[in-house]
Design a protein around this ligand. Structure first.
Ligand code: GLA
Length: 425
């Protein structure tokens, strides 16, 4: 609905609120009341209209972020090369769009409180970098923090939200990841509502990535405050399983299967414009086998997770590039219905995950978390299809039709591996 349409409806609603004695009175009385209530109408329209943020990220955002591979070692040269590589590797063609600098691009604030980029590492300035990325028809993302300092100790956004948002808009920022370090007594929902309001006031559509690690259950309020994605857990680590404390008493970074366990019950909160974020991809960073990376990517796809690559795109092995650019798997992630996949069965190390697609097909993952290969079976009834149905099964990693199956489909799945298929009635 248009803003004007909204306002017309709100005017009618206000007229209904005016007491009968008044409304039976003269038009001029009505006018006075309307004028008195006008600020309310305006405020309500800001809150209740179809906001810009709700129209962003209608499918899970896809891109690249510097943190998982480079941490604080960021520079304009490296980010440009990564944008070039995103184009040359075929990732842009596969749908990757956002090039995001994570922590450590900023060093201080100037005497007017403006955020200052590291002059040694970003000598041409952030605007020039954003322009370059836009010239490749890609989008540009940046990172800050709701607290006084970022997680790496750089200046945070607290108290500078509107000033920073104006700066980001002037630079051409399209995506903001907003972290949660050094927030002391801040209220998470209010803090993220504040930065969203600041971004909206700056007038540029900017995807808001809430990075609060799931502590205040952002899936319950992230959409309402205009977040487009929200982290559900602590940081991913480049390994298959196991939680690891940052330091004694400070929990944790997570392996792939620990993260999917944390996401499994959150499916109802995801949808177009607002996604659960199980953290960025580790595919290609060296800590897992290719089988495990294929599982990691497949699971993120079926979870309707943002697909934000975190490896060095300039020198990927072909096997890694083939994982990140598998268009059949990406299409499952980007399905316009925007449903997050669910775990529908678990028997020891064997699991079945399903995601309903807009055209009625189902995407299915047969997952083997165990130490040796085993057979994993999906029954049609588990995925909402009748038992007697004869359905076509297509393997999304072999790119091959496997034939028609009635009642169920099973396959041998390697240790830590997946078989990912679509089931077409
Ligand atoms: C936190 C976030 C990470 C990364 C770092 C940067 O740990 O969760 O994704 O942004 O901060 O310091």
């Amino acid at each position: 609905m248009t803003i004007l349409g909204d306002l017309a409806i709100q005017r009618q609603a206000l007229l209904r609120l005016i007491p009968r004695e008044l409304s039976e009175n003269t038009m001029s009385t009505k006018r006075v009341v309307l004028v008195m209530l006008a600020p309310l109408v305006f405020t309500a329209s800001l809150v209740a209209q179809d906001t810009v943020s709700a129209k962003l990220a209608l499918t899970p955002p896809m891109g690249w972020n510097s943190w998982n591979k480079f941490a604080c070692n960021v520079s304009e040269d490296m980010i440009r090369e990564m944008a070039d590589a995103m184009v040359k590797s075929g990732m842009k063609d596969a749908g990757y769009q956002y090039v995001v600098i994570d922590d450590c691009w900023q060093v201080s604030r100037d005497e007017n409180g403006n955020i200052v980029a590291d002059p040694q590492r970003f000598p041409s300035g952030i605007k020039a970098l954003a322009d370059y990325i836009h010239s490749l028809d890609l989008k540009f993302g940046i990172y800050s923090d709701a607290g006084s300092k970022t997680c790496a100790g750089r200046p945070g956004g607290l108290g500078h939200e509107y000033q920073d948002a104006l700066q980001y808009a002037a630079w051409g920022v399209d995506y903001l990841k907003y972290d949660w370090c050094n927030t002391t007594t801040q209220h998470a929902e209010a803090s993220y509502a504040n930065i969203r309001a600041a971004l909206d006031a700056a007038g540029r559509p900017i995807v808001l990535s809430i990075c609060e690690w799931g502590k205040a259950q952002p899936w319950l309020w992230g959409k309402e405050v205009g977040g487009n994605l929200w982290r559900t857990t602590g940081d991913i680590q480049d390994r298959w399983s196991g939680k690891k404390e940052w330091k004694p008493g400070d929990c944790c970074s997570y392996g792939v299967v620990d993260i999917i366990d944390a996401e499994a019950e959150l499916y109802s909160y995801a949808g177009p414009g607002h996604w659960n974020d199980p953290d960025m991809l580790e595919v290609g960073n060296g800590g897992m086998t290719d089988v495990e990376y294929r599982s990691h990517f497949s699971l993120w796809a079926i979870l309707a997770a943002p697909l934000i690559a975190g490896n060095d795109l300039r020198n990927m092995r072909p096997e890694i590039r083939d994982i990140l650019t598998n268009k059949e798997v990406i299409a499952i992630n980007q399905d316009p219905l925007g449903m997050q996949g669910r775990r529908v069965s678990k028997s020891g190390d064997r699991e079945v995950w399903v995601k309903q697609l807009k055209d009625g097909r189902r995407a299915v993952i047969l997952l083997n978390r165990g130490p040796s290969e085993q057979n994993v079976v999906v029954n049609w009834e588990e995925i909402g299809n009748p038992d007697h149905l004869s359905a076509a099964v297509r393997d999304l990693w072999q790119h091959k039709e496997l034939g028609k199956f009635t009642a169920k489909f099973g396959a041998t799945v390697p240790s830590h591996g997946v078989v990912m298929v679509t089931v077409t009635p």
